[in-house]
Design a protein around this ligand. Structure first.
Ligand SMILES: Nc1ncnc2c1ncn2[C@@H]1O[C@H](COP(=O)(O)OP(=O)(O)OP(=O)(O)O)[C@@H](O)[C@H]1O
Length: 678
């Protein structure tokens, strides 16, 4: 074996390879020609990628010569740690360059900042983007309430779609936001301003990271050096790449030598971010010597679940999943409920029944199209004392108080970061949006007396508080040791927390968690950028989750459930308007994406799959006073699909038994005050 320092054991790798099926093995043993692995759900693509990495190491490839690109931090670290186990050399696996597209782009961009004319790289996250655009929109006639104006979120979305699909913003507006056409010129002007402001202040949003990385890869000099760095480029979830990511991958491997991509066109669920499953299919044509390996043996689910998945599976690759498991298993259940309350009660009943039958809560999940769909269920779970964690929807780092603390780190690291100043300023008493804008400009412009100038320019009532914040923050700078810097920020944010959030005691622990995590870093700038690039989703990612010894149920959006599996999956609200979402009903492209989401949801279940269909739904997902209207079952539950399911109708839907309800004794008494009239 060549490669000197790497001590990969042949025995460990041989053991790992022994468990693979012939198609998996073909992919793992493939040489250096371009390889496309079309892998249906649950066919072990993670195992194949990690085994391929382990096999390369065993063959003597130096770990530094391998680049592994994934879509989530979780996937990257899971793959690298599995590869470490497989190859029996954890340190070798750690030397592999790996991470999400954005994280790897960030590393490349930070390393070549000078080539891009940047002194430092400050990454801003999607919420900062909103704040910055908000800060500028007034200068483009986009403030006011006389006519319907696109929201800042919509404007940010237009910018991102334009970049991710490489389409002029004007065309994006015409095709996807036609109602905003009248303001197209102003929006385009605002977006140019936004771009220039970011450049002036040295800020990069997540799209800029990909743009900059793509430009570096395309640069004759830097690109050649990057290509020389990695002989092997492996990409997971290739169906989710957008054009910029395709350009980066193709730029790193122009002739496809050493390139492996894995993907499933039926699981492409990020079209709204500019991704296209078409890229996977195009790659097969792009390299004439590409090898296509199809993985169709499913190691996760029972055949009846796969029969349903195969029935609804969209996509051009036409993969048909066959169960590896010998035992037949039960058919998926179609549970018809009366309304959202009945649905919530029924799900809770069935969760507890499965629990009694031996399926712990952590082996069960309730999946939903949109986070708000579980409002009634969450109440029901609380009432019954069923502990749960919810994934998807609002992430931990999007919570306001957490963002306040991160903003304070940012202004120290980059005092020109106007957006973060703006955020901190608006947290002060008596500082409205207009004064915050003006003060942020003073502080970000960085004059010698900026602190005094800002305090003097602040509304009188705000001066004392502002002076105190600025003096706490002014005591440190980017060269201060990280723990002291973090402590100063934590002290500066503390009074803002108490003043702005009535439930501040609850939030304090979150800030302590981050402060603790941040204080342990050697490089705070990277830590802050990482939070923007790949935010953690739950507070539990920071610190020990509460009640670790407790068993808890998972509630998750389908997007957040991608790549995961549970013994029992409860699919909530399979109704038209919910799944597919009503936003997608009028667009064939949107509907196709919803169909793929449905497929992703079904294929998360190992043993039991319950699909719930209420026949009435509230007009508003969370309002308890909302009216109920008739709801149709999802169009994806076609006749042939239903024929593969067991039908269950809840008691609330079944015809009422003929009992005289009026004579039943009341369970809840209301006569406590009757005495008053004795
Ligand atoms: N050769 C194998 N023998 C036994 N089990 C396997 C094999 N390959 C994969 N598995 C198991 O099958 C399950 C699915 O594997 P994995 O998560 O890698 O699939 P996937 O293709 O990434 O799925 P999805 O695309 O649905 O997320 C896992 O529990 C994994 O351990």
């Amino acid at each position: 074996m060549s490669g000197g320092l790497v001590t990969v054991t042949c025995v460990a790798v041989c053991d790992a390879l022994a468990g693979l099926d012939p198609a998996q093995l073909e992919a793992v043993e493939h040489g250096d020609g371009p390889l496309v692995v079309a892998a249906g759900a649950g066919t072990g693509k993670t195992r194949v990628l990690t085994a391929r990495v382990a096999r390369l190491l065993e063959a003597g490839v130096m770990p530094e010569r391998i680049l592994l690109l994934t879509f989530t931090r979780r996937a990257a670290s899971a793959m690298l740690s599995r590869a470490a186990v497989m190859c029996g050399d954890a340190r070798a696996a750690q030397r592999i360059a790996g991470g999400t597209f954005h994280a790897v782009a960030h590393r490349i961009v930070a390393e070549h900042a000078q080539h891009l004319g940047l002194a430092d790289v400050t990454v801003i996250d999607p919420d900062d983007v909103i704040d910055l655009i908000d800060l500028l929109r007034g200068e483009h006639g986009l403030d006011g309430t006389e006519v319907r104006l696109p929201t800042t979120r919509t404007i940010a979305e237009i910018a991102s779609r334009a970049i991710n699909t490489v389409t002029p913003a004007r065309v994006v507006i015409e095709e996807q936001f036609p109602w905003a056409l009248e303001q197209a010129d102003q929006v385009a002007g605002l977006l140019r301003h936004y771009r220039d402001r970011k450049r002036e202040r040295g800020l990069l949003d997540l799209d800029d990271l990909l743009i900059a990385c793509r430009a570096l890869v395309a640069d004759p000099d830097v690109g050649a050096r990057l290509r020389a760095r990695w002989d092997w480029v492996l990409v997971d979830e290739y169906q989710d790449v957008n054009q910029l990511q395709v350009d980066i991958v193709r730029g790193l491997s122009p002739d496809g030598r050493g390139l492996t991509v894995v993907g499933d066109d039926a699981q492409a669920i990020y079209a709204f971010r500019g991704a296209s499953a078409g890229h996977l299919l195009e790659l097969i044509d792009a390299y004439p010597d590409a090898t296509l390996v199809r993985l169709e043996r499913n190691f996760r689910s029972t055949q009846p679940i796969l029969d349903l998945a195969n029935q609804v599976r969209p996509g051009a690759l036409r993969l048909r999943l066959v169960a590896d498991r010998p035992q037949p298993g039960a058919r998926p259940t179609l549970v018809s409920c009366r309304n959202a309350d009945d649905e919530a009660r029924t799900i809770a009943d069935r969760i507890l029944a499965a629990h009694v039958d031996g399926t712990p809560l952590h082996s069960q999940a309730v999946l939903m199209r949109t986070g708000s769909h579980s409002a009634q269920l969450e109440v029901e779970l609380k009432v019954r004392g069923i502990p749960f964690h919810k994934f998807g929807g609002i992430g931990y780092l999007q919570t306001s108080h957490v963002r306040d603390l991160l903003a304070s780190f940012r202004v120290i690291l980059n005092p020109a970061d106007e957006v973060s100043w703006y955020r901190l300023l608006t947290r002060h008493r008596a500082v409205g949006k207009t004064s915050a804008r003006a003060l942020a400009r003073i502080l970000a412009d960085g004059g010698v007396d900026r602190t005094t100038d800002a305090v003097a320019a602040a509304p009188a009532k705000a001066r004392t508080g502002l002076a105190s914040t600025l003096s706490l923050l002014g005591a440190v700078d980017a060269t201060t040791a990280v723990p002291q810097l973090v402590e100063a920020c934590r002290n500066a944010v503390d009074p803002l927390l108490r003043a702005n959030y009535p439930d501040w005691h609850r939030r304090v622990t979150d800030l302590d968690g981050i402060a603790q995590a941040a204080a342990g870093q050697t490089d705070l700038r990277t830590f802050v950028s990482e939070q923007a690039i790949d935010p953690v989703n739950v507070a539990g990612d920071w610190a020990k989750p509460p009640h670790l010894d407790e068993d808890w149920l998972t509630l998750s959006t389908i997007h957040s459930a991608k790549g995961l599996e549970w013994d029992t999956v409860h699919l909530l609200r399979a109704n038209d308007g919910a799944m597919p979402s009503d936003m997608a009903l009028s667009s064939p492209v949107g509907l196709a994406e919803e169909e793929r989401l449905f497929y992703v949801a079904l294929t998360r279940a190992r043993d039991t799959l319950d699909v719930y269909v209420p026949s009435q739904l509230p007009t508003h997902p969370t309002a308890f006073t909302a009216k109920h209207v008739t709801a149709k079952p999802s169009r994806f539950l076609t006749e042939p699909a239903r024929a593969l399911m067991e039908s269950v109708i809840t008691a609330a839907v079944s015809p009422e038994p003929a009992v005289n309800r009026a004579v039943a004794a009341p369970r809840v008494r209301t006569d406590a005050f009757d005495e008053l009239f004795a």
